[in-house]
Design a binder for this molecule. Sequence first.
Ligand SMILES: [Zn+2]
Length: 260
Amino acid sequence: MKATWSGFLRIGLVTIPVKLYPAVVKRAISFHLIHKDCGSRIKYLKFCPRCNKTLDDDEIVRAYFLDKDHYVVITDEELASLKLATSDTIEVKYFVDEREIAPIYYADAHYLLPEGEGGKEAFAIFYKAMQEKGKAALGQAIIRQREYPLLIKPYEGKFLASSLHFYQDVIRAEDLKVEIDEEKLDPRYLQLAGQLIDSLTEHFKPEELVDHYAEAVLKLVEAKARGEKFELKAAEEKAKVISLMEALKASLEKAEKKAA
Ligand SMILES: [Zn+2]
């Protein structure tokens, strides 16, 4: 597997050569845009509306938008010279109890492995020590021109390095208002809901979670490639509106029947 980043993990004065590997693949069904009449893939031209002409790549520069009339041109050299100390080093700032980090902060997952013989011992020592203490390491790294906080923790013989969202990028839950008056909740409903949760509780089986929509799209593509006609399905009828009590009771009966 190809590493996405290579550099150093620094914990205090201990420097470990490491590589980051993706822990998650992003599969997405994507379509190409083609010319309806001839089936050829379309091409986007880079066009300047003021000069009314198509531009070549060497006529285009990168600029940061300030306001309508103000763009600041930024060159690749200038960006490269901004490389901070973190560009090849993940500096561990502190250790933290992983349970303190709300799930909303987690972004992408990577594996962090020691690189070469030199770093193996220090890697193994911190792996074991962090496991024993139940602590994760918080650091920061620049990966592909973007800076990320990284939360590093022992996981199946490797470190799992989760990139985290920045505090200012996370929308605070209190900004979205939901008013619930707990006093007014009917205890009978709560009891039924609790029973329903119990009878529908299972162990987490990630292998059973499948992307039904992607499967359906691929089936459609295969059928059409074989020249079959695809029947458009009518939208399903909406469920009848029933009271919360009726809905809870019926759900519970269904769940218990399934379990029996
Ligand atoms: Zn064409």
